[in-house]
Design a protein around this ligand. Structure first.
Ligand SMILES: [Zn+2]
Length: 526
């Protein structure tokens, strides 16, 4: 195993780095040349895991059950899954990456056209958030959905192609393969989603009623005339602002990057090196979303954002830097394979844990964004607003999880109908009359970050679990601001162990309990 690892690291480390840098560059410039470099580099990296001789070697070691060293055993587990995922015809794999790159370009270059003028996603969101004119809202929302027909046929081809790969690897479809290879049992995840559905359904229905009453007044229409464009964003994935607290105004004259940097440094998690390498503001051709990337698992960590001074981007930069510190404070004495998060959702948990602070009046007070009087004034509405945000998000995550699962189980079914059936069931939205469009394809995650969305919700559960643990057992006061014990705990219990332990073992070691939904319910369901 040790010999195997040495040979593996000699190949993997440089190719991992090259691929991460090429992808970073492509996301920033959006040029065909950079995308083609990125495609080539990610293919070269992925090709490592297609080595069938190496896979047989791992299989022999695994079946011998001869190893006793837990660090080697853990590396074997992770590498075995990576190589199993790579036992695919190289031509099929190359084709998959080519398809993904083509689709990625279409998303990056798409701009909504409104009154003959091209506008950015930020501007679409701005119209949906601020306009009170139903016909303007409808036009902006429908405009944003026009990417759907542009990419849908390509996405269906890609889904079938991924399924072909999964079947050749011994799985029934790509969704099942993705979860299993990432160390999750699909039945266990579905069970967790069913429990959450039960836990949130009634409360959400009640709050959704409040939302509709609020919007009927705001738009001067009947509640029965409310449609998906009335909810202030393209997918109803975030909660509309129905409480009289407008957090954007507090951030309008703030610098989200500076606030985030002061905060993280204050709890003993230094983000200067991350920010110095990051690309933070809007540019033509640049990816309009946000992400964080660990370039080399040796301290080169970067985040791409499109920051504006508002609460959305305050949340986002706190979120991305959460991923950032998780990577940055990895234990550099661990082998390369274990210098990673315990699971992708555990890094989402840390990101969300920090992202939520953007709406926390205690935090805003501690950071000097508002004063004590203002903090007391908005505290109740802020809690209601966060609760709404969490419930709205949990229902949206249900849509994504169940749609993807069903799509991979049968990509030939009527996906437009499937999407709206699930949206109506879980988000309680009303489908626009006779709408038969591939609205599912407008969500970039369906195409390019497949079978991943459920991790955001599992991340939320863990974020709540960590929040209770930290505020009960670690933090000295009410607020986390300036509390170095918080940074120390996270470094020692979460970041440094990296992928050393199976995710649920890591959570148990850090909090005394395995992952549970009860703290999420405690925090957000009454
Ligand atoms: Zn994230």
């Amino acid at each position: 195993m040790k010999t195997f690892i040495s040979a593996y690291e000699a190949k993997a480390i440089p190719l991992y780095r090259e691929s991460a840098i090429a992808s970073w560059n492509a996301n920033i410039t959006g040029t065909a040349e950079d995308y083609s470099k990125s495609e080539k580099a990610s293919f070269e990296y992925a090709r490592i895991f297609t080595d069938s001789v190496a896979f047989k070697e791992l299989k022999t070691i695994k079946e011998s059950q001869a190893m006793k060293d837990p660090v080697l055993i853990r590396q074997l587990e992770l590498l075995y899954n990576s190589y199993l995922g790579g036992q695919v015809d190289t031509a099929l794999l190359a084709q998959q990456i080519r398809m993904e790159t083509e689709i990625s370009k279409k998303y990056a270059n798409f701009r909504v056209t409104l009154n003959g003028k091209q506008i950015s996603d930020n501007e679409v969101e701005n119209i949906l958030k601020t306009s009170t004119n139903s016909s303007d809202l409808k036009t902006a929302w429908e405009g944003s959905k026009l990417i759907g027909p542009v990419v849908a046929p390509d996405v269906i081809k890609l889904v079938k192609h991924r399924n072909l790969i999964a079947r050749k690897t011994g799985f029934s479809n790509y969704h099942e393969m993705s979860l299993k290879l990432s160390g999750q049992d699909p039945q266990e995840v579905t069970k967790l989603f069913d429990e959450l559905d039960n836990l949130t359904r009634d409360n959400f229905a009640k709050l959704k009623g409040d939302i509709d009453t609020f919007f009927a007044k705001r738009y001067k229409i009947k509640t029965s005339d409310i449609r998906p464009w009335h909810y202030q964003n393209r997918y109803f994935q975030e909660s509309p602002e129905i409480y009289p607290v407008n957090l954007d105004k507090y951030y309008a004259n703030q610098d989200p990057v500076k606030l985030a940097s002061v905060f993280y440094n204050g709890i003993g998690l230094n983000v200067d090196a991350i920010l110095a390498k990051s690309d933070l503001y809007e540019k033509p051709g640049k990816n309009q979303h946000a992400f964080c990337t660990d370039i080399d698992r040796s301290g080169d960590v970067r985040t791409l954002d499109n920051i504006r001074p508002d609460s959305y981007w305050m949340n986002t930069i706190l979120h991305e830097l959460g991923h950032g510190v998780y990577s940055y404070y990895n234990d550099m004495t661990l082998p390369f394979t274990l210098r990673d998060a315990a699971h992708t959702f555990t890094t989402e948990a840390i990101a969300e844990f920090f992202g939520r602070l953007a709406k926390d009046p205690q935090w805003m007070l501690g950071m000097g964004v508002i004063d004590k009087k203002e903090s007391d004034l908005i505290s109740d509405d802020c809690h209601k607003s966060l609760r709404l945000q969490m419930l709205v998000f949990s229902r949206w995550a249900q849509v994504m999880y169940r749609f993807e699962k069903s799509m991979y189980e049968n990509p030939d079914q009527n996906l437009n109908e499937l999407w709206w059936n699930i949206v109506e069931k879980y988000q309680l939205l009303t489908k626009p009359e006779a709408r038969d469009m591939p609205d599912w394809a407008t969500k970039i995650h369906v195409a390019l970050y497949p079978c991943y969305y459920h991790n955001y919700l599992m991340g939320e559960l863990l974020a709540s679990q960590l929040y209770y643990y930290l505020t009960t057992n670690v933090a000295k006061g009410q607020t986390l601001v300036g509390d170095k014990a918080v940074g120390t705990y996270l470094k020692e219990k979460i970041f440094m162990p990296g992928a050393r332990y199976y995710w649920n073992d890591m959570i148990e070691k850090a909090t005394g309990e395995k992952l549970t939904a009860k703290y999420y319910a405690k925090q957000f369901v009454e």
